[in-house]
Design a protein around this ligand. Structure first.
Ligand code: SF4
Length: 376
């Protein structure tokens, strides 16, 4: 059963909107996933949507909602379902029914509170971008946006349920927003430590490294193992442009601080239209292990959707560099969307934000800008 994935039996992902998913790589499709606004977490975990997903995996179906995993594997890269097996915890056992015991793995994205507005991110995942979008008139200040900052578990009917489930928890992952500044994350860590569960749990998080919160890191010392993924996609001025507002010198100092901890620290680099041309510079510079990941959405920044002549240019540039074989394979996969205007959409969005943020893509990325603009 090559397409089988055990995550819907053992992992629960709570996203910023209170949506429950089997993992963070799930692409919305025909299966309507449940939301914490609709019921209690334990009822939803064994509700119709999760039972349907489990049955489909048991039937050997290759779910289209899992296309991020299939695309990565087809490109010869490590998919999320594979990396979870390597780095987290997966029960060796049989998965035969559609009902599941309480999850062993948790992936929490409790709020979109963030201290950066990265170019590849959206308002759903960054409060700064959301505010900027409201100012730009791209989106409106809707009442549901407040929910993105609200507590999803603590001080709700779901808190006692989660606490009873955590006795058997193996891993917790926190992303965001920036996880180190979320008050719900901090409170949850305190509760887990007080209840004595931390020593059995592997904790992981993705941080943008804009700040190093010693208060947060001290709490992590109590966990069995800790894995920190630093979201670093580029270096120098290009980093500052892509992950704004930030100062590269500060980020460099913070990377060193994370590496100096006793935690496993890696660089989690997301390859997109912005950094693909310069990716070898990041790999040559990196002071620790780098995990290359590819951006899937938004489509106009996905490297599958850059013009063909720039793909050829990149293939020549990367020829013989085995570190980038997977990236080239991914880039050359057929696009998930039929549209010939994506590069225009990308350049237009870049220009609009450049004006607003007083930045300049053409100045910071001159060679790449010239290639992208050629013939457009
Ligand atoms: S997207 Fe990947 S990790 Fe998530 S459920 Fe599907 S196969 Fe598993």
């Amino acid at each position: 059963m090559n397409e089988f994935c055990p995550l819907p039996w053992i992992n629960i992902n709570v996203d910023i909107d209170g949506q429950l998913l089997p993992c963070c790589k799930w692409t919305p499709g025909d299966i309507k996933l449940p939301n914490l606004k609709e019921g209690r977490i334990d009822e939803l975990w064994n509700g119709e949507a999760f039972k349907t997903i489990r049955q489909k995996f048991l039937d050997g179906e290759k779910l289209k909602e899992c296309r991020e995993c299939w695309n990565m594997e087809d490109a010869g890269m490590t998919s999320y379902r594979q990396s979870v097996r390597e780095t987290r915890w997966v029960e060796n056992g049989t998965y035969s029914g559609v009902l599941a015991s309480p999850p062993k793995m948790y992936d929490f994205m409790f709020s979109n509170l963030c201290n950066m507005k990265c170019r590849i991110c959206t308002g759903e995942f960054s409060s700064l971008i959301l505010n900027e979008n409201i100012k730009l008139g791209v989106t409106h200040n809707k009442p549901e946006h407040k929910y993105w900052l609200n507590s999803k578990i603590l001080e709700t009917e779901n808190e006692p349920i989660l606490m009873s489930w955590l006795t058997d928890c193996k891993t917790i992952q926190m992303t965001g927003g920036e996880p180190t500044i979320s008050s719900e994350n901090i409170k949850l860590l305190d509760t887990i430590i007080e209840m004595g569960y931390a020593k059995n749990i592997t904790f992981s998080m993705n941080t943008n490294a804009k700040i190093v919160s010693h208060k947060f890191l001290d709490k992590l010392e109590k966990f069995n193992k800790v894995r920190i993924s630093l979201s670093i996609d580029d270096i120098g001025k290009r980093f500052e442009y892509q992950r704004h507002p930030s100062k590269w010198t500060t980020i460099l100092g913070n990377i060193d601080k994370y590496i100096d901890t006793s935690f496993e620290t890696i660089i989690w680099c997301t390859v997109s239209l912005f950094n693909v041309y310069y990716i070898q510079e990041l790999l040559d510079w990196a002071p620790c292990k780098v995990k290359l990941n590819t951006l899937h959405l938004p489509e106009h920044y996905n490297i599958k959707n850059i013009p063909n002549f720039t793909k050829e240019l990149l293939e020549d540039k990367f020829e013989g560099d085995e570190r980038l074989t997977g990236i080239v394979n991914f880039m050359n996969q057929p696009s998930d969307i039929e549209s010939s205007t994506l590069i225009f959409d990308a350049l237009q969005e870049i220009h609009k934000l450049d004006l607003h943020r007083e930045q300049s893509f053409s100045t910071i990325f001159p060679e790449w800008y010239e290639e992208l603009n050629f013939g457009v």
